[in-house]
Design a protein around this ligand. Structure first.
Ligand code: AP5
Ligand code: MG
Length: 189
C-alpha cells in the first residue's frame, strides 16, 4: 500500500489538496494539525499542551505527533494514508519510515508544494479573517514560516536522498495545482 506525504510551508495548500487527493485515490486523510485542533477543542491533556505551542507558532513534541500517527494507522490498518503535515521533522520521518518497515509497508512518496512567501502570507492573513485559528495572525505566521525552514526542510532533503520526493508548483488555482499532483501520482499509484 502506498502512503503519500503532502508537505510544504504553512498555507501552501496541503489541506485543500488533501481533500481532492483522498477522494480521487481512496486514501485515509490524516492531518496532525486537525487532530491537534480537535484535542484543543475537546480540552484534553494533549490539547492543553498543544494549544500553548501552536498559538505561538511552535511545533508540538515529536513524540506527541508520532503517537497520534500510530493511533491513526491502527484505526485503519488496511488503507493507504495521505499524511498532511506529518512528518514535519527529520526525527518524525525516520520514526515513521521505521513504523512502515515493521508493517511491511512501502516507504512513502513525498509531494512538496512550493508557493512564494508573498502568496503564503496573503493566503494565511486572508484566512485569518474568518478561521478563528490562533496561529493565523501576522507574528505567528512569520514564526511558523521560520520554523518550517529550520525544521521541515531537512525532512524534505531526507526523502530527496532516496528519490521519493516530488516538488510541485503550488501557485495558481486549486484545480491547476491538483492536476500537477495527479500527473505525478497517476504514475506512482
Ligand atoms: P497545520 O494545521 O498542519 O498547519 P500548517 O502546516 O501551518 O498549514 P495550514 O493548515 O495553515 O495550511 P495548508 O498548507 O493546509 O493550506 P490550506 O489548504 O489550509 O499545523 C498547525 C500547527 O500544529 C503547526 O504549526 C504545529 O504547531 C502543529 N503541528 C501539526 N503537525 C505537527 C507535527 N507533525 N509535528 C509537530 N507539530 C505539529 O490553504 C491555506 C489557505 O489558502 C486557505 O484559506 C485556502 O482556502 C487557500 N488556498 C489553498 N489553495 C489555494 C490556491 N491554489 N489559491 C488560492 N488560495 C488557496
Ligand atoms: Mg492544513
Amino acid at each position: 500500500m502506498l502512503n503519500i506525504i503532502i508537505c510544504g510551508a504553512p498555507g501552501c495548500g496541503k489541506g485543500t489538496q488533501s481533500e481532492l487527493i483522498v477522494e480521487k485515490y481512496n486514501l485515509k486523510h490524516i492531518s496532525t494539525g486537525e487532530l491537534l485542533r480537535k484535542e484543543i477543542e475537546n480540552q484534553t491533556e494533549i490539547g492543553f499542551i498543544a494549544d500553548r505551542l501552536i498559538s505561538k507558532g511552535n511545533f508540538v513534541p515529536d513524540a506527541m505527533a508520532i503517537g497520534m500517527i500510530i493511533n491513526a494507522i491502527e484505526d485503519s490498518p488496511n488503507k493507504g494514508l495521505l499524511l498532511d503535515g506529518f512528518p514535519r521533522t527529520l526525527e518524525q520521518a525516520i520514526a515513521f519510515e521505521t513504523i512502515l518497515k515493521e508493517r511491511n509497508s512501502k516507504s512513502s512518496v513525498l509531494i512538496n508544494l512550493e508557493v512564494t512567501q508573498h502568496e503564503l502570507l496573503n493566503r494565511l492573513l486572508d484566512r485569518g479573517k474568518t478561521s478563528g485559528r490562533s496561529d493565523d495572525v501576522l507574528d505567528t505566521i512569520q514564526k511558523r514560516l521560520r520554523i518550517y525552514h529550520l525544521k521541515t526542510e531537512p525532512m524534505i532533503r531526507y526523502y530527496e536522498s532516496f528519490d521519493n520526493s516530488y516538488t510541485i508548483n503550488g501557485m495558481g488555482t486549486v484545480n491547476e495545482v491538483f492536476s500537477r499532483i495527479s500527473e505525478v501520482l497517476d504514475k506512482r499509484l
